[in-house]
Design a protein around this ligand. Sequence first.
Ligand code: DGT
Ligand code: CA
Ligand code: CA
Length: 577
Amino acid sequence: MPVHNADIAAVFEEFADLLDIEGSNPFRIRAYRNAARTLRDLPRDVAVMLAKGEDLTELPAIGEDLAAKIKEIVETGTAAALEEHRKALPATLTELLRIPGLGPKRVKALYHELGVRTLDQLRKAAQDGRVKALDGFGEKTERHILDQLKERTSKETRFPLATATQYAESLLAYLKESPGVDHVVAAGSYRRASETIGDLDILVTAASGSPVMDRFVSYPEVEEVLAHGATKSSVRVACKLQVDVRVVPDESYGAALQYFTGSKAHNVAIRQLAQQRRLKINEYGVFKGDQSVAGATEESVYAAVGLPWIPPELRENRGEIEAAQAGLLPRLVQVADLKGDLHSHTKATDGRNSMKEMAAAARERGLEYLAITDHSRRLTMAKGLDPKRLFEQIEEIDRLNATLSGIMLLKGIEVDILEDGSLDLPDEDLSRLDLVVGAVHSHFRLSRQKQTERIMRAMDRPYFTILAHPTGRLIDERAPYDVDMPRLIRHARERGCFLEVNAQPVRLDLTDRDCQMAKEAGVMLSINSDAHSTLDLGNLRYGVGQGRRGWLEKKNVLNARSLQALLPLLKSTRLRT
Ligand code: DGT
Ligand code: CA
Ligand code: CA
């Protein structure tokens, strides 16, 4: 059975959780969590890299020990060391850690004092009032736990788009090998490039469904077959992702694709338009009475209700139908429009590759320029740059640029925005750079007003070009800090600086709606990889997906400009020249 990066990441997360509960060395715990992050964000399968004999220690956050563990997991499905820890502690304890407010210490106490191992046991203990009796818990904590548990059961698990992509791509390739298939395509939220995917909806056209479905349910990763029919089947694969496959005849391809792409809200609105024209739309076609009038292509379905084709990323019933009716649909930015990347890291701080390797990888992707934006000194964990090391890096970039062709490195920094809104390096040093990417990495819990004004003050510095990952959220890990985004956007507009769409799969920050708001306010966005290795440049596609969901066009995207057009824009942000 093939092992996906996300599976290995899950093993490492469990490992980190167990070590955390045991009170193990924090550095060791962090190493596992960082490695899990690397694996989750990596656009290539490590199993494939291993098969090709590639060196995994080249990856960010993967040293010798972790590389060996990855190999062991790829070969055996688990790690012996993890099994040891699993024996010492029940694995279900890691679920308890997911409850906000329950740290490792409390989980340990719940287990040792009350024998609580599962969420159900925790609920029971809290209901019986046994939790508040424990040292360090109290009435308030107990109530909080019960509230959290209530939310828990109503919340389904969703998969980050990049994780779902890993699973989807191998399954799609597998299904394409089925006898007699024409189209094999993933629809649903996956096709709409939603940040997270609830389940995967695959559409197949074929003359006969049964052979496709027989092949589908015997996919090696299938753990449970939920339904197995000739036109409709559902399975759960080992990672718990549910996959639905529908088979329709080829003449229904467009209608089925439109139907299963959704969103539900978009489809409801489209069906209303159809009703006004006395048409009926379903997954098999568009019908006038019994007569099929459209359905082979999506274009024909939209045309039947008087609309041009609408890109999937817009199909959320957030104004796309009105825009289509008015002939005002945006021409969405595409991956191929990106001419460069304005946020990347190197070995000098927490990146994995040298500047030269990063440059070569960017050129290979057809980029004209890459900004090197390593961290500033405040981020000691990442070996952030002080003025002296920044100066050395600037000189190194000049030397390297003199030898490079087809790619230009820009001089930048990802400078920390300090608590009071000042920047982590003096203006004099920042003035030597082509661009300054400002980022919040600390003091996430300021009040909304304080946080907003802190960031606005940072933007107002004479050298400030792009606000990196403007909300600070990590999908499913960390909520955004409390910030008044409309106000920040207005301020960016007045100040004349830019906002980032960070393409890291766990960030995708700004969100789609914030992108749309920035676009409407006339603020340009930079879709940046924030690459910590050459492979991370592959994540730009997710940033573009997010931008497309935010209605961004090429002209709204800073790094869709050629180098020649970009440089004056970067200069225009300098308040002192
Ligand atoms: P997810 O899976 O939660 O990330 O979101 P979706 O959008 O993939 O939703 P899902 O898997 O429940 O359904 C896939 C698509 O099928 C959905 O986007 C639209 C279509 N669909 C599902 N149920 C209905 C329905 O009751 N009415 C209509 N018109 N379309 C539906
Ligand atoms: Ca779905
Ligand atoms: Ca579904």
